[in-house]
Design a protein. Structure first.
Length: 175
């Protein structure tokens, strides 16, 4: 992403239905794993294990309504991020999943039509600030909710922790 245009480009790795809960994204039996990067090894393990082998760095997961419902575990968003997922696009998100994703630097974009208009393998270009998803494979432009500039800043920083570290380091250098 550049400063002038926060664009993401990638391929749709999977299109999922509604109510994909955090247990489906990241099974609760692995909550004892503390290394966030290892969480990716169990992404969608129980319900959609084929997604892990299809997902390439920068790819997108597209879903219908209520993605990330269920428990508030941050590991679900971490498993997506550390698997290389470039963004999750859904008709709606469970509120805490959405916040966890942004705090981890994983773009989460709300689009009511992406799950209808996108197919696995489609190439997409996403403008986070404008809220536009271009399906390059199908020559479609889809509306999405633009991300708040503060959310984009967190994503660019790699998440809340890297953002705060950089901010406090620059503050310490000044004072």
């Amino acid at each position: 992403m550049s400063d002038a245009s926060p664009l993401l480009r990638g391929r749709v790795a999977a299109v999922l239905g509604s109510n994909v809960d955090t247990d489906v994204i990241y099974p609760g039996r692995y909550l004892n794993i503390t290394d966030r990067e290892k969480t990716a090894e169990h992404l969608f393990e129980l319900a959609h294990p084929e997604i892990r082998s299809k997902l390439r760095p920068g790819d997108f997961i597209v879903a219908a309504a209520n993605f990330g419902c269920g428990s508030s575990r941050e590991q679900a968003a971490a498993a997506l991020k550390f698997s290389g997922c470039g963004a999750v696009i859904a008709a709606s998100f469970a509120r805490i999943f959405f916040r966890n994703a942004i705090n981890l630097g994983l773009p989460a974009l709300v689009s009511s039509s992406a799950h209808i208009e996108c197919r696995e393998g489609d190439e997409l270009e996403i403008d986070l600030a404008a809220g536009v998803i271009r399906n390059l494979s199908r020559n479609l432009s889809l509306a999405a909710a633009p991300l708040d500039p503060r959310a984009i800043e967190l994503i660019r920083s790699g998440g809340l922790i890297p953002y705060l570290k950089a901010r406090y380091a620059s503050s310490a250098a000044l004072g």
